[in-house]
Design a binder for this molecule. Structure first.
Ligand code: HEM
Length: 223
C-alpha cells in the first residue's frame, strides 16, 4: 500500500468485532514512556530546587546534592528521548487549514458536538499545538539549562547571562508542566485514548469518532 499523508508506518486496521486499529509501534511507545518518565522526574527534581518549601522532594533523589547533580542529566535524557518522538511524529503534526477550523470550534470539541467538527487526521489541532509547544519548550529548557550547568559550562557565559537563563529556565519549566497537565488530561478525558500508548491499539469506533480522516485513509489507502 502506498503511504498516504495521515498514515504512519505501522498503522493498520484489523477487521473484527470490534475493529482494532494499530496506532503506535512498540518502539514509539517505549520512546514515549521514557520521555514521559523523564519529564515527571525532571519536574519533581526541578521543583525541589526551585523553592525551599519544595526542598523535601530532594529526599526522592537521595538528598540535595544528588538532586542537583542528577537533574541536568535527566534533562539530557528528556532532550534526546523527545528528539526521537519529534522525528517520529513531526510530519503528522504539521498544521493544516482544517486545524484552524477545529480550533475555532473548540466549544463544540468541549461539548462533544463532534458532528460540527471537520474530519480529523491522525492528530487534532489541540494535539498538534501540544506537540509544537513541547518541542519549543524542550529546546528552551535544554539551551537555558546548559548555560546554568555549572559543573561543565560555568566558564562559557557571564553571570548576567546565567541570571537571565535561570529565569527563562524556570518560566519554560512552569509552562511545560501546564502543557503536560493538558496533555494528560486530554488523554484521560477522551475515553479509549490511553490504550493507544499502552497497548498501541485503539478501537475502530474510537478512530471513527475522533480521527476519521486517518481511519478512512488507512482503510482506502487514498488521501
Ligand atoms: C506521563 C503522562 C503521560 C501520559 C498519560 C501520556 C499519554 C499519551 C497518550 C495516551 C498518547 C496517545 C494520544 C493519541 O494518539 O491520540 C500520547 C501521545 C503523545 N505524547 Fe504523551 N503522555 C504522557 C506524557 C508525555 C510527555 C511528558 C511528553 C513529552 C514531553 C509526551 C509527548 C507525547 C507526544 C509527542 C505524543 C504523540 C502525539 C502527537 O504527536 O501530537 N507525552 N501521550
Amino acid at each position: 500500500m502506498s503511504r498516504t499523508f495521515e498514515v504512519a508506518p505501522g498503522d493498520a486496521v484489523h477487521p473484527g468485532d470490534p475493529v482494532i486499529v494499530d496506532r503506535y509501534t512498540t518502539g514509539a511507545r517505549i520512546n514515549h514512556w521514557i520521555t514521559a518518565a523523564s519529564l515527571v522526574l525532571l519536574a519533581l527534581s526541578g521543583l525541589a530546587l526551585f523553592h525551599p518549601r519544595l526542598f523535601f522532594l530532594t529526599s526522592l533523589f537521595g538528598g540535595g546534592s544528588t538532586t542537583r547533580m542528577i537533574h541536568p542529566w535527566i534533562g539530557v535524557v528528556l532532550f534526546f528521548s523527545f528528539l526521537g518522538l519529534f522525528f517520529r511524529f513531526w510530519k503528522l503534526n504539521l498544521w493544516k487549514r482544517e486545524d484552524g477550523t477545529w480550533m475555532a470550534r473548540l466549544r463544540d470539541v468541549l461539548t462533544a458536538h463532534d458532528e460540527k467538527l471537520p474530519e480529523v487526521g491522525k492528530y487534532n489541532a489541540g494535539q498538534k499545538l501540544v506537540f509544537w509547544l513541547m518541542s519549543v519548550l524542550i529546546i528552551v529548557l535544554i539551551a537555558s539549562g546548559l548555560v546554568i550547568w555549572q559543573e561543565y559550562f560555568a566558564q562559557y557565559t557571564t553571570v548576567e547571562q546565567k541570571r537571565i537563563a535561570v529565569l527563562v529556565h524556570a518560566i519554560a519549566a512552569i509552562v511545560i508542566i501546564c502543557v503536560w497537565i493538558v496533555h494528560v488530561y486530554a488523554a484521560i478525558w477522551v475515553r479509549g485514548t490511553i490504550s493507544a500508548m499502552t497497548r498501541g491499539k485503539v478501537t475502530g469506533g474510537w478512530a471513527w469518532r475522533h480521527h476519521r480522516r486517518w481511519l478512512k485513509e488507512l482503510v482506502t489507502g487514498k488521501t
